[in-house]
Write a protein that binds this ligand. Structure first.
Ligand code: 6R9
Length: 643
């Protein structure tokens, strides 16, 4: 029998304990979250557990007055008892390449060395460091190295384009970039450093680029700006004192899309994020000392931050990092990796499950999967069919499924089953975690009481992991999350509370599309499309997609009208896709493009997205009221040309 990972306070093991914890966290949050923070290493304890104003100001603080360093809690704190325990297992893209294992002591030493390299390169507390790296162990090391010296990391998923990098470097005011020569993705090898070079043409303030050698590729290094990590690290000390940071000092900035304008830099801070990552990780997955946890997300997304890195390390668990993709070399890769490393808690996205469901079942049946204990899902609603397949074929009917609802802005899981403790029902995220007070709001902001009800999902009280600000623009955070319904945090999601009080997340109620669990604002994609010289105007909506959850449907008015020939149309479409790839990245490529001569607009010039959404969804008759349209004939044309 393996023993509980740590008998910390606030570890919930039964349904009764859940209800008791929920009650206490609601009635006396200061006592509850004070106790939850006791087990950590503090340089100085906090003065107040909760402070600031939650909403509408959006100025919550947690553990204000406290001093700490999250890496002391991820690493140093475990050395005495878990120095030789595996902290990270790295499974490379190619199954024939050797995997790597790092113990807590080895990881500690690597983080300290990397931190010293950063210091030697002039990085100081408060500096922003942008990381554009493949899923290699050094990405995790580099994030922790930043945290060790109080630099603020901003990881950008290594599929984003040069333009997207440049936007983020400029917005964050980053002066140092860490990158690699190239990356592996399935059968492909993709250059990385050259993308950074292109981005930095418009970022003169970046004075240092630290390059990791991942593929042994010949790489152009700019004199005076670029250095190789392996050269910098030679002979560097393996210890580095951790900077004592204020509880509310920023830990990281992570860019995410909203319904308007450019992606915003979501800011999380030291102490509250730490407590939330640790608490949610241990409780949702019911982590035990011998667990091997595998979260398949890339570290470039919040799921990677909280459940590949910070949550597992704070809890002293073993976390598996995977460089590859679910279908390389074949659709059995996930299951092979689970058997190979005896993974116990497995956390992935519905889109991955759906894509693997489509492959022959033999890919699953060749593996035992007997090590698995808990299955998790995140990023988008999981449809019942995928839920049952996951339960039956992967969990063999004996592993609880935790469908975890949360957001970049919430820092960690908010609504989810706690494995084998609270109810797990298909297509329901379930009950809120202690400290999370979800409500359903009507459009006018009144709370909808009772079960079997639907509304806008909002959160009524602050929790330790709440977004603190959007980098450089607090007003934007206030307007987006806290001002729409004063007294609440507005999630942007619609939800239903079922007859048993379990939450079912329906999807976004704003102009955000969720493609394979990745968020894009329609405005963001339209802005990209409009950069194309042939594009006069565009409108983007989401539509149901079998594997991706939602696909991107773009309606475009071309400069020369609707193309007369098929060849011309293909050429336009190719050029348009190229623009989106250059502006954002491949992940934002429209799935369908329809070239139109006009868009349905109201007399005041507003695009009626409702109609475009319906057409994209395949609805041809029930388009609702079109009498306010300036030119109703446009709709007929769009219907006739539907993809
Ligand atoms: C963690 C993460 C957040 C948006 C969120 C919602 C959707 C996430 C979900 C889910 C239904 C779940 N979402 N988890 N919808 N069920 N279990 O994904 O963060 O990238 O910021 O996306 O994803 O729409 O608002 P992020």
């Amino acid at each position: 029998m393996s023993k509980p990972l740590e008998a910390k306070p606030a570890r919930i093991r039964t349904l009764e304990e859940y209800h008791a914890a929920y009650r206490q966290a609601t009635e006396d949050p200061d006592a509850y979250w004070g106790a939850a923070a006791e087990a950590f290493t503090w340089r100085k304890k906090w003065d107040t557990v909760r402070g600031g104003e939650f909403s509408p100001a959006g100025t919550s603080t947690w553990y204000a007055g406290g001093l700490l360093n999250i890496t002391e809690n991820c690493l140093d704190r475990h050395l005495a008892q878990r120095g030789n325990k595996l902290a990270l297992i790295y499974e490379p893209n190619d199954p024939h390449t050797r995997h790597l294992r790092l113990t807590y002591r080895e990881l500690y030493q690597q983080v300290c060395q990397f931190a010293n390299v950063l210091k030697n390169n002039g990085v100081q507390k408060g500096d922003r460091v942008l990381l554009y790296l493949p899923m290699m162990p050094q990405l995790a090391v580099a994030m922790l190295a930043c945290a060790r010296i109080g630099a603020i990391h901003s990881v950008v998923f290594a599929g984003f384009s040069a333009t997207a990098i440049a936007d983020r470097v400029q917005d964050a005011g980053a002066t140092v970039v860490i990158t690699a020569d190239g990356l592996n993705r399935g059968p492909k090898q993709i250059p990385v450093k050259s993308v950074v070079d292109e981005a930095l043409l418009s970022c003169p303030d970046v004075r240092r680029v630290i390059v990791l050698n991942h593929l042994d590729w010949p790489t152009h290094m700019r004199e005076g700006r670029d250095v190789w990590y392996h050269e910098e690290v030679e002979g560097v000390e393996k210890t580095c004192p951790a900077e004592a940071l204020a509880a509310e000092d920023p830990l990281f900035i992570l860019y995410t899309s909203g319904s308007t304008g450019k992606p915003k830099g979501v800011v999380h801070t030291q102490a509250g994020y730490m407590v939330w990552a640790d608490y949610t990780f241990r409780n949702v997955f019911q982590i035990e000392e011998n667990d091997v946890h595998w979260c398949t997300a890339d570290l470039g997304w919040v799921t990677g931050h909280t459940y590949c890195l910070y949550g597992p390390l704070l809890a002293g668990a073993t976390s598996l990092l995977f460089e590859g993709v679910p279908t390389y070399p074949d659709a059995g890769r996930f299951w092979e990796v689970i058997d190979k490393h005896q993974v116990t808690t497995f956390y992935t996205a519905p889109t991955a499950i759906r894509s693997l469901m489509a492959a022959p079942l033999d890919h699953v049946l060749s593996y035992s999967l007997s090590s698995l204990r808990v299955l998790g899902s995140v990023g988008e609603p999981i449809n019942e069919e995928a839920w049952h397949w996951y339960d039956l074929h992967i969990g063999k009917g004996r592993c609880p499924i935790v469908d975890t609802w949360w957001q970049t802005e919430t820092g960690g899981i908010m609504i989810s089953a706690l494995a084998d403790v609270t109810p797990s029902v298909p297509a329901r995220a379930g009950l809120p975690l202690p400290g999370v007070l979800p409500v359903l709001l009507a459009q006018d902001g009144t709370e909808i009481e009772g079960n079997d009800q639907e509304g806008y999902l909002a959160i009524k009280a602050s929790w330790p992991g709440v977004i603190r600000t959007t980098w450089g623009d607090h007003e934007r955070a206030r307007q987006t999350y806290f001002a729409p319904y004063p007294g609440y945090y507005f999630t942007g999601d619609g939800a239903r509370r079922d007859e048993n009080g379990l939450f079912r997340i329906i999807g976004r109620v704003d102009d955000v599309i969720n493609v394979s669990g990745h968020r894009f604002g329609t405005a963001e994609i339209e802005n990209a499309l409009n950069q194309n010289e042939h594009v006069v105007e565009s409108a983007v909506v989401g539509y149901p997609h079998d594997v991706k959850g939602q696909g991107i449907y773009a309606y475009i008015i071309c400069q020369h009208g609707v193309p007369a020939t098929e060849a011309e149309r293909k050429m336009f479409e190719a050029s348009i896709i190229e623009t989106v790839v250059a502006e954002i990245g491949k992940i934002a490529k429209p799935d369908k493009i329809q070239l139109v001569s006009g868009l349905p607009k109201t007399r005041s010039g507003k695009i009626m997205r409702r109609i475009l959404r319906k057409v994209a969804e395949g609805e041809t008759t029930n388009l609702g009221d079109v009498t306010t349209l300036l030119d109703p004939a446009v709709v007929d044309e769009i219907l006739a040309g539907k993809k």
